[in-house]
Design a protein around this ligand. Structure first.
Ligand code: ATP
Ligand code: MG
Length: 294
């Protein structure tokens, strides 16, 4: 794996700092179903982990697709993200290792679908995940930081369900930024204004620092004129907010979950895996540029 996902060969920059700090929290959100949220969360997480960064992926979808796609058995999903939200466990207690070094997962189990109802009268119910991530900031790996990593987590990625209800609200309240996968299909932009409205509401009421990190075009099919048209429309509308990297429709990407692995492990050389490696590298480049004083 470390050879297959060699960060240099994929143009991914290893980090050099070892100062402890809050992980960067990124929610992968779109209330439209089947647009590539889970695929993006898993493969972006894998590509970041390949650079030596410590990544925690939180499966916040009762479907548990991120957990299944990383090969986590249904019997190994307790207490999971549900246990964290209801205050039964911390993130570090709920996390499990994955087959990808440096990538850890808080799995989702079916109980999560009841969490919205269980939390209906709970105080600060939109802040449950924020509080859990605040506690995670105190976590450090027992064997100390590696050459390229900080003592704790560098990134927390949250795979959201296809809805804008309390689970997604918890993710948006906890996040520094969101990544929005958009499928290059008819009605791709459908529902996006609702999502952007929700982001505005979250900014005004809960989390003023929430930023849109980027829109990522997924399942692009260059044999299909509609895909090109959708991509052009989205870029005309959202400009630099759209990542340059486009994820192609690729059969290896759709096969990988049934083998319980990210496509970056399943077939590093396929177009889909390469696109996700490029996406991670573009994201890191953009983050660097943002942090550099102008
Ligand atoms: N680039 C791609 N090429 C081919 N198939 C893909 C690609 N990206 C995702 N898929 C497939 O499309 C389906 C939906 O993808 P995914 O589960 O990532 O979407 P999602 O937005 O998380 O869905 P949901 O809203 O149900 O959580 C899956 O079967 C996945 O394997
Ligand atoms: Mg999903």
């Amino acid at each position: 794996m470390s050879q297959a996902l060699n960060s240099e060969s994929n143009n991914l920059t290893p980090i050099t700092t070892s100062a402890p700090q809050r992980p960067r929290v990124i929610a992968v959100v779109n209330q439209k179903g089947g647009v590539g949220k889970t695929t993006t969360a898993i493969n972006l997480g894998t590509a970041l982990a390949a650079t030596g960064r410590h990544v925690l992926l939180i499966d916040l979808d009762p479907q548990g697709n991120a957990s299944t796609s990383l090969g986590i058995d249904k019997t190994a999903r307790q207490p999971g993200s549900y246990g964290v939200l209801i205050g039964r466990a911390s993130l570090s207690e709920a996390m499990v290792t994955s087959s990808v070094p440096n990538l850890f997962l808080v799995p989702a189990n079916r109980d999560l679908s009841g969490a919205e109802i269980e939390l209906v009268d709970a105080e600060q119910r939109a802040h449950r995940l924020t509080e859990a991530i605040d506690i995670l900031c105190e976590f450090s790996f027992p064997d100390g930081p590696s050459e390229t990593s900080r003592p704790g987590f560098d990134y927390v990625l949250i795979d959201c369900p296809p809805s804008l209800t309390l689970l997604t609200l918890n993710a948006l309240v906890a996040a520094d930024s969101l990544i929005v996968p958009l499928q290059c299909e008819f009605l791709a932009l459908d529902g996006l204004s609702e999502l952007l409205h929700t982001v505005d509401v979250v900014r005004s009421n809960f989390n003023s620092k929430l930023k849109i990190q980027g829109i990522v075009l997924t399942m692009y099919d260059n044999r299909n004129r509609l895909s090109g048209q959708v991509a052009a429309d989205v870029r005309a509308h959202f400009g630099a907010q759209v990542f340059d990297t486009v994820i192609p429709r690729n059969v290896r990407v759709s096969e990988a979950p049934s083998f319980g692995m990210p496509v970056l492990l399943y077939d590093i050389s396929c177009a889909g895996a390469q696109a996700y490696a490029h996406l991670a590298s573009e994201m890191l480049r953009r983050e660097d540029a943002e942090e550099r004083p102008s």
